[in-house]
Design a protein around this ligand. Structure first.
Ligand SMILES: [Zn+2]
Length: 409
């Protein structure tokens, strides 16, 4: 056990310790694997500790076949059913608190993919395509808008080939926000003062019908994408809110925001924010959007185009909170990026985690430095992990060393 950090409790003449070359007080939990393993046998009715609500497992001691002692908080609990100790196995033990919840793993085909696409004026900036510098006549230029359109076109074709049951919707933003949905109906246009009212934007998003599967909408969507033209300002804040609101009806949905510029309309403005107050309010706006998405297990990814000046620390919160990706990509690599976002399958939604440490230890960078960590993950993929650092209370070291001094570690 390493103790190099200041702990919340003042040390009481703790024994001097040799500095270790690496920090081994790290908890790495593969949440994706836990969800996958839960397809196998899950035991029902866990015994919960009366002191801290941790689950009784093979780590616990049975005292006299009438009680068990919690390894985390040392509370002694009655043993109503000792079957739990008769089937001890190697490896992890999985319990289901409520067997009815098992059905939630099959959230089925209702989940959506929302492309939230920047079509503001700056999307007309061009990028040189040809690598051949020797001949000026060979150099071809492509605008960001054209690059996004062809990336969307390719991505839809691949999705259609591999998962034609997917439900895809399109939202664009400039100085207006246009909700094309699945492309089969006339788009809903939100503009002017509508873009200043978060409640209005949210309800407009929530009122959108569920998109039809891509097998029925591919051509309509491609046509809408083909006709997109760039103009005006960047109402990214309102468009992100509307897109998350549309997706919020189906847990496990993905929102992909593709932009080349700073948000520069009132709600969620990230340009010309010289006043600290305005900046903090915009930062809070995106943080709250991330919370809204997390609450509904919506994964938000942010793709920005290379050579632009997006405010990634603020926008990135959306992805950080929801388990999405943030990336800056070359205009010609957009299709690859969209595909890498889409190929990560969501294997569970509304995932909440509670991790217990013994009361002598605490989590270092998680909230109030407590022994119990509670965290919401929303949607998880097979790659989702929790990695966090823990430490031991300085005041408890002496007692622990005394307890374990006769044990070879
Ligand atoms: Zn306990």
């Amino acid at each position: 056990m390493q103790n190099t950090q200041d702990s919340p409790v003042t040390p009481s003449r703790a024994p001097s310790m040799e500095q270790l070359p690496a920090n081994c007080n790290i908890l790495l939990l593969n949440i994706g694997k836990m969800v996958k393993d839960s397809d196998s046998y899950i035991r029902e009715h866990p015994l919960l500790c009366s002191g801290c609500s941790a689950t009784c497992s093979k780590l616990n001691q049975i005292n006299d076949s009438k009680t068990w002692t919690c390894v985390f908080c040392a509370a002694e609990n009655p043993l109503s059913n000792d079957n739990i100790f008769k089937i001890r196995e190697e490896g992890d033990e999985l319990y289901s608190g409520d067997p009815l919840l098992e059905n939630e793993y099959s959230f089925g085909n209702q989940s959506m993919i929302i492309f939230c696409i920047d079509i503001s004026g700056s999307m007309s900036v061009t990028t040189e395509l040809s690598q051949d510098q020797s001949n000026d006549y060979n150099i071809v230029y492509k605008s960001r808008m054209e690059a996004v359109k062809s990336a969307l076109d390719q991505t839809l074709d691949i999705l259609h080939k591999q998962h034609c049951e997917k439900r895809v919707a399109l939202v664009t933003f400039s100085d207006q926000v246009k909700l094309y949905g699945d492309g089969l109906k006339e788009p809903l246009v939100l503009q002017d003062t509508e873009l200043l009212d978060p409640d209005h934007l949210k309800s407009q998003g929530e009122d959108q019908p569920l998109p039809r599967p891509l097998s029925e909408t591919l051509h309509a969507l491609k046509e809408k994408i083909h006709c997109l033209e760039e103009s005006g300002a960047t109402a990214l804040g309102p468009a992100a809110l509307v897109s998350i609101a549309i997706a919020s009806k189906s847990p496990g949905s993905k929102v992909i925001i593709c932009t080349d510029g700073r948000a520069n309309t009132d709600l969620g403005n990230l340009e010309d924010i010289s006043e600290e107050y305005a900046y903090q309010s915009s930062k809070l706006y995106y943080s709250n959007l991330g919370d809204l998405a997390l609450q509904h297990s919506v994964v938000v990814s942010v793709v920005t185009i290379e050579g632009t000046n997006c405010r990634l620390p603020e926008l990135g919160q959306l992805a950080d909170k929801t388990g999405g990706k943030v990336n800056i990509v070359h205009p010609l690599k957009l299709a690859d990026e969209f595909q890498s976002i889409l190929e990560e399958d969501i294997i569970a939604t509304n995932v909440k985690l509670k991790v217990f440490l013994p009361l002598t230890m605490y989590f270092l960078y998680e909230g109030d430095q407590q022994s119990v960590l509670e965290k919401s993950f929303g949607s998880v993929t097979s790659d989702t992990v929790l990695s966090t650092e823990f430490n031991i209370y300085s005041s408890k070291i002496k007692g622990l060393l005394n307890t374990y001094k006769n044990i070879d570690v």
